[in-house]
Design a protein around this ligand. Structure first.
Ligand code: FE2
Length: 198
């Protein structure tokens, strides 16, 4: 029989190789310094540090400024891939520092496209994972004896990032972060976008 896979979910991944190792180091230092002066907020994070959300303007004079345009360019590239004639801007940016054992519960974002850019990633774990919407399909494939888990039947999908990796996905897509099973800090920048002139 012919199989038509309807309503698939786009998750884009790439690497921002234009960002230098020195830029990453400056961003890492900035993030670690921020934890000393700004209290963590609490949303999806279990342990670790979750910064408040910042605007592009608030980050203009920080080391994070060098990644904002490359991130936005990737998001707008995704909009073109979706066939949209609209343009996005970054509506909020924040960062996570997950130490040993820290993780993020499954959650969604507000906005159009969202994503993460990776500054420091432990070798062995702490993937971001994407999950099916919490509806019957989640239970369906598990209950009918599917042994060969494919992208068609999997309840979730892990993406293992490396430094300079960027992932972009629809803001409504449920996702979380696996526990950090190393002694190294996992540092990532997250972002939401909105339509210009909406
Ligand atoms: Fe998130």
């Amino acid at each position: 029989m012919y199989l038509k896979e309807l309503f698939s979910t786009p998750v884009w991944a790439n690497s921002l190789d234009s960002i230098s190792d020195q830029d990453l180091l400056l961003i890492k230092t900035f993030c670690l310094e921020q934890t000393k002066t700004t209290e963590s907020v609490h949303f999806s994070n279990h342990g670790g540090y979750h910064s408040p959300a910042y605007s592009v303007e608030q980050l203009a004079d920080t080391p994070l400024s060098v990644i904002l345009q490359p991130i936005l360019d990737k998001c707008n590239e995704c909009m073109i891939r979706l066939g949209s004639d609209k343009t996005l801007r970054l509506s909020s940016i924040w960062f996570h520092i997950n130490g040993p054992g820290d993780y993020n519960d499954i959650h969604t974002h507000g906005g159009i496209l969202s994503g993460s850019f990776y500054i420091a990633v432990p070798d062995n774990n702490s993937s971001i994972f994407f999950s099916r919407a919490l509806d019957m399909t989640n239970h369906f494939y598990g209950s009918i004896g599917c042994k060969n888990i494919t992208e068609l039947t999997a309840p979730d999908f892990d993406f293992k990032p490396s430094p300079k990796a960027i992932v972009v996905f629809p803001s409504w897509l449920p996702h979380g972060v696996r526990p950090n099973q190393s002694n190294m800090e996992r540092i990532s920048i997250s972002f939401n976008t909105e339509l210009i002139n909406e």
